[in-house]
Write a protein that binds this ligand. Sequence first.
Ligand code: ADP
Length: 149
Amino acid sequence: MNRLAVFPGSFDPLHLGHLDVLRRASGLFDNVIVAIGRNTTKSALYSVEDRLAMVEKACADIPNISVESFTGLTADFCRSRGARYLVRGLRNPSDADYEIPIAHMNAQLAEGLETVFLLTAPQYSMLRSTIVREIHRSGGDIKQWVPWG
Ligand code: ADP
């Protein structure tokens, strides 16, 4: 059986915490699709097209990872691709508080969809795209947190 997982998010921008989860997921599943949500937010730093290119470049050496964008429900996207696994990263207990009800809801929206949580690598536990965007917008250097740095 082909174990296909989806790793959804905004990835604006992709950072080293995401990449670490992705590399580990690529070892657990036959294939992993990075799914970039197209939900329009005014505060986006990078276009979805730039983010697709960013992920493609950063994962070029990992053969079982592909990247797509999507609109609508994550559960519907997983179902449309025949994915039974949804990967999410957890940085802290607040992430778990937020993620667990969503995982339960997704399992109802797409029957049999299993959310698999991977714990952050400790060195990336403080890393989130919102903070990276803020630092970049305020003229700070983000290269230590992103794959192209
Ligand atoms: P962010 O949370 O950085 O703004 P996203 O919303 O795009 O980014 O997150 C996509 C997925 O990556 C989520 O499951 C999120 O929990 C996970 N993730 C984000 N940052 C980290 C990190 N530093 N370590 C592990 N997983 C993370």
